[in-house]
Every structure is written in C-alpha cells, then in structure tokens.
Design a protein around this ligand. Sequence first.
Ligand code: UDP
Length: 699
Amino acid sequence: MLVRVARFWAVANRVSPGTSVVDSHFALYSILPLTVGALRKCPLVVHFQGPWAGESTAAGHGLASVKAKQLVERLVYRRAAEIVTLSAAFRRLLVERYGISPWHIHVIPPGVDLTHFKPGDWAMARQGLNLPCDAWIAVVVRRLVSRMGVDVLLRAWAQLRPRSVSPILLVVGTGPERARLEALTTELGIEDTVRFLGSLGDEALVDCYRAADISIVPSLALEGFGLVVLEALASGTPVVGTDAGGLPEVLAGLDKGLIVRAGDRDALARRLLGAIDGSEPLPGPAACRSHAERFTWSEAAHRNLAVYERAVRPRHRSRLRVVYLDHCARLSGGELAMLRLLPALSEVDAHVILAEDGPLAAQLTQAGISVEVLPMAEAARGMHRDRLRVGHFPAHTAVAAATHAIRLRSRLAHLRPDLVHTNSLKAALYGGVASRAAGIPAIWHIRDRVEEDYLPRPAVSLIRLLARHIPSAVVANSRSTLATLHLPAGQGTVVPSPIGPYLTCASPRAPHRPLQVGMVGRIAPWKGQHIFVDAFSRAFPNGPEQATIIGSPMFGTDEETYEKALHRQINDHGLEARIKLVGFRHDVAAELDRLDVLVHASIIPEPFGQVVVEGMSAGLAVVAAGDGGPAEIVTHGVDGLLYPPGDACALTTALGRLAGDGNLRQALGSAARKRAEEFRPQRVAEEVTEVYREVLRQA
Ligand code: UDP
C-alpha cells in the first residue's frame, strides 16, 4: 500500500502542471487524488455509478465494512466539484442519502455502441445458439446477484402456460446466485424452459439479443441506468423492465407499457402473457432501434466536457437556482401543473422538495427534474382543511409543522437557491416561513381559492394576512384566485397553468357514432359530478348517448363516500350501462380522443380548471361552469359554452343544444383548439421566469 501511495504521489506531481480536472469513476479511487500529491489542487469530478455502501448492505456484508465505505463515499462526494450520474433516479439517491447539493449533479445518460449492437439475421442467430425457430424466446442478461430480481422473473416464468407457443428463457451472466437460481428452476418445475448460458463474449451476446423476442430486466433496486436495456434495443429487441432506479427513464420514452412494478411477479407474468398473446403488443425492431439511437457516446462525451468546463470555472453561472416546495406527492391538479411547468423553464435549474413520497416524485424523476423527499409528519401533512377550526388546531399538528419548517430552513440554508417557489397552500405556509428564516426570497404560487367557500374562516384570514408579509411575490392561476387573497391593488401576478404538451394534436372523431360526453377531474363533491349525472339523465333519458366520468377520489373519506353516492345516483336513474366511472387515467389525452363534448361542473368557482383547457386543445365542445378560471378561459358561444355553476337545468339545455347541432360542436371545437394554444408550457414558463427576474431585481 505504501509503495502504491508513493508511486501515486510521484505520478500526481509529474502530471499536475498540465492537468485541469481529475475525473474519478469510483469513490475509493478518489481518495488518493484528494489527499496525496499535487493533483489535490485540481477540481475533482466524480462519476457516481452506484452507492458502494448500499450495494455492500444488499450483498449482506458486515456493518464495519458498510460504515467504512459510507465514510469514504461521504468524504469524496462532498469534496467533489461536480458529480455525474447516469440517471435522475441516482441523482435523487445522492441528494437524499448523501445530502449532496443538486446544483452540482449532472445527469448524463450513457451511449451504446450502435455499430456492434445492431439488428441482424434472426434465424441465423437462433441456429447459432441451437434454438428452435418456433419458440418464444426471452433473454435476461445480468450479473446474478439478488438485487437483479432474476428469482422474481423465474417465479413469473413459472406462471406462464401459453398454449400457442413454447417459451424459452435464456439467462446470460454469472454470479454468486447462480446455483440458487438453478435450484429454483428445478423447484418450480421449469428447468426444461430455462437455459443458463453463463458469461458470453460480445459476439454471442448480440446473437442472444437478435434471437430473442424480448429482453427482460427484472431489477429490484439500485439500478443506475441499465446498459443492457440500450444494448437490447439497439439490437432491435424490445425490453420489459421494472420501475427500479433509472430503468423507467430509458423505457418511458419508448412505451410506458414496458414498465412493471419491481418485485411484482404477477404483474410481470401478466405483461409477458400480453406480449405472447398480442393483447399488449411490444414495439417493433425499428422503433426499438431508433429509440436506442438517441443514446450516443459522442453526445455523452460532449456533455461530460461541459461538466469539466464548469468544474474549472465554478464562478460562471447563468441559470437561476430555484427550489420548489409541495406538501403533496399525489397527481392532483396543482402538482400536475408544476410537473408540466418545470421542464419548460429553460433558464432555471429546478429542485423539488416534497413532504411525502408518491407518484409525483417518480414522474418528476422520469421528466429529468431533480427531486428529494423531506418527510413531514402525517399530523401536519394530512391535516385536512375541513378540520381546521378556531381553538381546535391540534398541538401535535402545530409541533409537526414547526419541526418541518425548522428542518426545511436548514436544508434551504445548505442549498442556497436564488429563490423558493411554493406550489401548494400548505407549502406556502411552512415553506414561506422556512425560506424567510433562511434569508431566501419566496414566491407563493396560489392555485386554490382563499375563500370561505373552500377553506375555514381562520385559515382564510391567516393566509390573507401572511400573503402580505411573507412572500416576495404572489402568483395566482387566475384573476379570480388572485382576488380571493385581498392583496393591495397592483400586487400579485396572474399566470395560467400550462397545458400538458401531450394534448396538442387531436385526431378526427369517427362520424355516425353515439354522442360521447365526458367529465375529467378528481371525484369530489365540489367538482359536481352529481350535477353532470343529473343533467345527462335529463338531457338523454333514453337513447344511445354515452357518458364517461374520468378521475378518482384523492383526498379523504368524504370523496370516497361521494363516489359511492354517485354510483347509487347512476343506478337510481337506471343509467349504469350508459354512464361509466372509469377511475384515474394517466393518459387523459386518449380519453378525450373518444369524446365529443367535455363537461366541467364545479359548484363553487374553479380556481383555474386545467381540464377545461385540455378539452379545448383536444378540439372538443366544452361546457363549463361559468365562474372562476373557466369563465376567464372560455368565451361563451365562441370557443365553448358557459352555464351558471350548479344549475343542472342550464347544463341539461346546453347538452341538448350541442347534441342536436353538430356544426356548433365543430365550430366551438376548432375555436377552442386555437384558444388552448395560449396555454403552451413555454409561454407560461416565460411569464414565470419574468416574475423571478422581477423579484431578484428588487432583492
Ligand atoms: N387528471 C388525470 N387523470 C384523471 C383525472 C384528472 O390526469 O383521471 C388530470 C387532468 O387531466 C388535469 C388535472 O388532473 O390535468 C386536474 O386539474 P384541474 O385544474 O382541472 O383540477 P384540480 O385537480 O387542480 O382541482
């Protein structure tokens, strides 16, 4: 060891005069350049390939060994000028587990050798590997350690009993788990359909991909990226992978249906059966190849070079650093609006701090946005607005909120962003206090009405009071939302919510089919689904017209009880065959494509109403409750129809009018599509950036 250190010292001194940056690909190898010889003066760039200590724990190593590795990692990552990861999932791990500041972490996906891994002769590949032409062949290429989930795959494989084809699974790779996995195939009675091929050379590996109908990546955890995904795709072979680590980031761009939950053998078996029987087809070779072609080494090299340049010139910084706060990680409207806004903010380095983990964190990560979860105690996070009463504010809720604000203050003081942007009412309160205490200007983005028809009176008074003193600027999603804050004239900026970019092209509707009317949104009493059911049943008591209610309850038992009541209401009208509640849908665009008319039915003024803009951009005839945001978006009779909120009779009349007049539907739909253009994310992002600039000018 001493000889090695001495040699390193000599080499470091010799090369340091011409060296700008030291780039290390493993924490342990960074120790010497950080501590010995003249290279200490050079900025260090670290490529983070995975948590060394975490992998060690997963492999069952002793506590002392794990702790030592953790110590080395902490030292190295904290001293590094810049860190490169292969996926946003690993960036999150660095931020959460090692407390590294996200501003210095760069996500640079790797490339794949497109000349080596390319589609080729399928029949020859099978012949070379001695595989039958008529079999359905799957391949898994992995180091055989437990976190790779090959045992889960084997259990899923044992559930497949397709009649049409005979399946064969090729397991490529070796590792400490091999003997156990081979024993498992015997135990499961699948030894005839599983072949362990051991480690293969590069040529044979390409042949395996070419021979296979599918490549499977069943990882359970700590998957930084999954180079095997790119290799298979580049060879023209589709991949089914889990949602572990960086895998969804590679696969989602090709087809979200290729991702299954990690460790869920039943879901994996179902997905494989869907591929076999064609009910859930896999992407073809051309689509796989062209997706892989997006990942080139020259692009990766280019981006690495830019990181070196940053490490050398750390003071030069042109982008704003903004931390976004939200207490909720569910896919509710305000959270979806943030998810759509952040990728469009081209001048901002965004980092989101959520108070809980949930689907929003995963979606942000998939969109390449930096995210961390700073958990807040349920007593404060889950406090429902209806339970707030004067003199009834539970002490443990207050303590939990204050504790969170204190922790957040110290996190913000460490991150030192230029601005904090709060995205929910709760986040405005705890985040506003925390950022003030850390000396960072806060912007409140208000997406809910601060009015007694939505919040209890004490909350309304408190928020209105604090809105004047805590934030440096207030942004509201509509004029009507802004008015509820009672700010002095001229204060506050209205910025609409951006539309999801996926909704901008509507396909033509099939003629001569029964009218399809729909409603999209959370199932909640104030969203007025009951008004819609009432109006639909009156407008179309019998006939072929059909209704779809898209959305699910999200917050609490009141909404769940309301959903049950809706089912009863539909049954009472005898309309269960014509009104369907289909639950939450991720692909709202696909649902809108099936509709002719979109109804919005909130019984109190809607703060903004993203669903209204979504329906308009899909070219639908929209009928909306004419107050709040929708009344600012829709011009009655030009790009939609408005009716008095809660008035089922007026909605019945509007539905009848639209059902009987196809030309009107078309005219409203095409004007609506034009109007929806004004809510493009880029446009909204510019308005938000302008608010940032103004706040910083005044700071
Ligand atoms: N949404 C969705 N799937 C569903 C129901 C709703 O993705 O099943 C989305 C909808 O497309 C819209 C958002 O949820 O983008 C609701 O936003 P809106 O402003 O209309 O209402 P909020 O939830 O903010 O009150």
